[in-house]
Design a protein around this ligand. Structure first.
Ligand SMILES: C[S@@+](CC[C@H](N)C(=O)[O-])C[C@H]1O[C@@H](n2cnc3c(N)ncnc32)[C@H](O)[C@@H]1O
Length: 297
């Protein structure tokens, strides 16, 4: 293929959240497309258009294997301005698929995420977030290629499972030995045999982690009542956790964390700059704040 021609890609984003699908797409394109520039990404009617000169073999397949909040990727033969017209006049992705201008369609099998939901894992506890959200959080952390993901509140391993299936090295810990066992069972059930999962109270982590570089933290601390966090308030636990994350992350290192109370988000300000925050309403009495932080240099 002529290397100067552009590869015009159209992403059919899911409507499950107003901002997360686009934020995930930006992160994944940044990781996998050599010439990604955020200004070149344009979205109309949940269809995101991106023109790239990157013709790496299997690029579409790789993008599809990473994205959780996207229904499909089309490779299209038309310039940006033509596509703008098409999208504006025919906004439905199922209609666009039938147009002559579409060279290739890569549907994303969203059923795989449903089959990894908490209740279908060998070890189950009703605390795990949906696999699509778990994967999105990992992507937002932008782990480096061949890098690692740490979850220090691993629970049943929902976040590490998605990270491992995307090819990242996974390591994690939890105060509860049943969760440690459970995470290992769940990871191994999906063929992820290489991992390092151990029991640790959050403050014990610095003594147990040796490498400072090439990992990101993606995590979801407890969001239940004080009893479920061993009598400690969430505020106190988070204060301790941010201090620890500051110790173990490299300067500029990413932390993606789900916090169930907006007022507690600013506890991170001492050590982290905020890159992004997304509000996710789970039900009437639970809203999660998905925060993307970067450790101060
Ligand atoms: C909301 S759950 C994590 C759920 C997880 N994302 C999953 O997919 O299953 C929070 C976890 O934090 C653990 N935890 C609570 N207090 C802790 C502490 N002080 N240090 C380490 N882990 C703790 C709990 O045992 C629980 O498994």
């Amino acid at each position: 293929m002529n290397k100067t021609t552009t590869n015009n890609l159209l992403f059919d984003l899911s409507g499950e959240h107003p901002e997360l699908p686009m934020a995930e797409l930006e992160a994944v394109l940044g990781a996998l497309c050599k010439d990604f520039d955020i200004g070149d990404l344009e979205v109309i009617n949940r269809l995101a258009f991106f023109e790239t000169k990157d013709h790496s073999p299997g690029l579409i397949e790789k993008l599809a294997n990473r994205l959780s909040m996207c229904r499909g990727i089309f490779e299209v033969a038309a310039s940006r301005s033509n596509w703008q017209k098409v999208i504006r006049s025919s906004p439905r992705s199922d209609e666009i698929k039938k147009l002559d201008l579409v060279n290739q369609v890569k549907e994303i099998d969203r059923g795989v995420f449903e089959r990894r939901k908490a209740q279908f894992r060998p070890y189950f506890a009703p605390i795990s977030l949906h696999p699509r959200l778990a994967r999105c959080l990992v992507n937002l952390a932008e782990p480096p290629e061949h890098g690692a993901v740490l979850d220090p509140f691993t629970g049943t391993g929902g976040i590490l499972l998605e990270a491992g299936l995307m090819g990242f090295t996974v390591f994690g810990s939890d105060i509860d030995p049943r969760m440690v066992e459970g995470t290992i069972r769940n990871l191994e059930h999906w063929g992820l045999k290489e991992h390092s999962i151990f029991q640790a109270e959050i403050e014990e982590l610095p003594g147990k982690i040796t490498s400072k570089d090439r990992f990101v933290i993606v995590t979801e601390p407890p969001y239940g009542r004080a009893t479920s966090i061993h009598g400690e308030s969430l505020e106190s636990l988070l204060e301790r956790a941010f201090l620890v994350f500051n110790k173990i992350l490299a300067p500029g290192g990413r932390l993606v964390i789900s916090i169930p109370d907006k007022e507690l988000v600013s506890l991170a300000d001492k050590y982290f700059s905020t890159i992004n925050m997304f509000e996710l309403r789970v039900h009437r009495s639970l809203t999660k704040y998905i925060c993307v932080f970067s450790r101060f240099d």
